[in-house]
Design a binder for this molecule. Structure first.
Ligand SMILES: O=C([O-])C(=O)C[C@H](O)[C@@H](O)C(=O)[O-]
Ligand SMILES: [Mg+2]
Length: 426
């Protein structure tokens, strides 16, 4: 079997619209890291992960260590973890961080998020070597297309500076704006499930927008996710107002104990990508029945096989599985689609930010039909790198000093006194 000849790690900056969340607003440009694993035969495997400095520095340090290695994935996470112990990370603490609203920020999660990009790239390269799609390498697909949901955001029409990217979607700051955004998502992409990012306005406003969505799309699944913004009492008030309206309520409150208390007192299923984000958080959360649905994410759970492992753990405990998304491009969408295709019990439409991105580093960006992405049967992930675009987005990175996602800093450009909120905000 061929070995790895070379690994390329390229930081890029991609445009991002002014989407609002609890921590602030998305920056005009956000970093991603693109990984290429090149085999001795010249096959190229692609991976993608966060581009914030800690992730990038680790990916750059680890990449060269794969030269001469086989196309195997089992030893990756320990090797990346060892490398992280050597290179260190700037800011690791146990508080919720702005750059992703995905729970506590730990060394283990940084290692998993970097390891996953190499894992995906190795599977892609292996698929090219063997002439097999990635889903086949993961045991085979159980569906031919993966359903995604419309990821709705309160948002501004534009970023503050006139020369910053403008995607033309316009503002959405009230129920009418949110419903109009959902209608465009439904007509352009065919989505029939809707998730509103909450935690932006006081709960009554978000309840009104959620109800407006349910009225505009009768019988179609609607979710609300305030990223842990509410106290237990507020969560229960919102849950009571939206019982029978929501498919699930995502991270109404912060921490497993609070989630468990809410779960005990509402019939609404609770979902999370904040209190269960790593395997060591599973026993307490499942033991206390704090969550009924876990949103997987191959980036920080440690890759495609870790996602399958998570699905098996969820199945064992009778907990549902769905899929989380941060800002990402087509490499990650391909990886998400391949792994989602292999998970038998995936009953929920997966989240994806991809419709919000106006740029991509692959030559043929995915299309959504009926809210679904077709599962590719061509070798590897079924995508090809657009080197011209990669070079352009890398040049943008070189010419900028943006080195991490910081939604609070982006908000301070408009509200100079803005600070990321203390929990609970309401
Ligand atoms: O489901 C979630 O919590 C997220 O998708 C977190 C994201 O980072 C989202 O809130 C965002 O990008 O603003
Ligand atoms: Mg969430």
């Amino acid at each position: 079997m061929t070995r790895i000849a070379e690994v390329r790690v390229t930081p890029i900056l991609i445009s991002d619209p002014p989407l609002l969340n609890l921590q602030g607003v998305h920056q005009p440009y956000t970093p991603r890291t693109i990984v290429e694993v090149v085999t001795e035969n010249g096959a190229v495997g692609l991976g993608e992960t966060y581009g914030d400095t800690d992730y990038l520095r680790l990916a750059e340090a680890f990449g060269p260590r794969l030269a001469g290695a086989g196309l195997t994935v089992n030893g990756l996470l320990p090797a990346v973890t060892e490398c992280l112990a050597e290179v260190g990370a700037e800011r690791v603490d146990n508080t919720v961080q702005a750059e992703g609203l995905r729970g506590s920020r730990t060394m283990a999660k940084i290692a998993s998020s970097v390891s996953s990009a190499f894992e995906v790239a190795i599977y892609d390269a292996l698929g090219h070597e063997l002439g097999a799609p990635v889903h086949a390498l993961l045991g085979g697909k159980v569906r031919d297309a993966v359903e995604y949901s419309a990821y709705l955001f309160y948002r501004w029409a534009e970023h503050p500076e006139p020369d910053e990217p403008n995607d033309g979607w316009g503002a959405a700051l009230d129920p009418e704006g949110v419903v109009a955004q959902a209608k465009r998502m439904a007509s352009d992409y065919g989505f029939s499930s809707f998730k509103l990012k909450g935690g932006v306005f006081e709960p009554a406003r978000e309840i009104a927008a959620t109800r407006a969505l349910a009225e505009a799309f009768p019988g179609q699944p609607v979710r609300l996710d305030p990223n842990g913004a509410w106290s237990v009492a507020t969560s229960l008030e919102v849950a009571a107002a939206l019982e029978g309206v929501l498919e699930y309520l995502e991270d109404p409150t912060t921490g497993t104990a609070n989630m468990a208390e809410v779960a005990r007192k509402t019939s609404l299923p609770l979902a999370t990508n904040m209190c269960v984000t790593a395997f060591d958080e599973v026993p307490e959360a499942f033991g206390s029945r704090a969550v009924q649905v876990v949103l997987s994410d191959h980036h920080y759970w440690g890759g495609l096989r870790a996602t399958q492992d998570l699905a098996a753990v969820c199945r064992t405990f009778g907990v549902g599985i769905s899929m989380h998304s941060n800002t990402h491009l087509g490499i990650s969408l391909a990886a998400m689609t391949h792994v989602a295709a292999t998970i038998p019990g995936l009953r929920y439409a997966c989240d994806t930010h991809r419709p919000w991105q106006t740029e991509d580093v692959i030559t043929q960006p995915h299309t959504f039909s009926g809210g679904k992405v077709a599962v590719s049967d061509t070798p590897g992930l079924g995508i090809e790198l657009d080197r011209e675009v990669l070079a352009k987005l890398h040049d943008r990175w070189l010419g900028s000093d943006v080195r991490r996602r910081d939604d609070a800093a982006a908000m301070r450009r408009v509200q100079p006194d803005f600070t990321a909120p203390m929990f609970p905000r309401w």
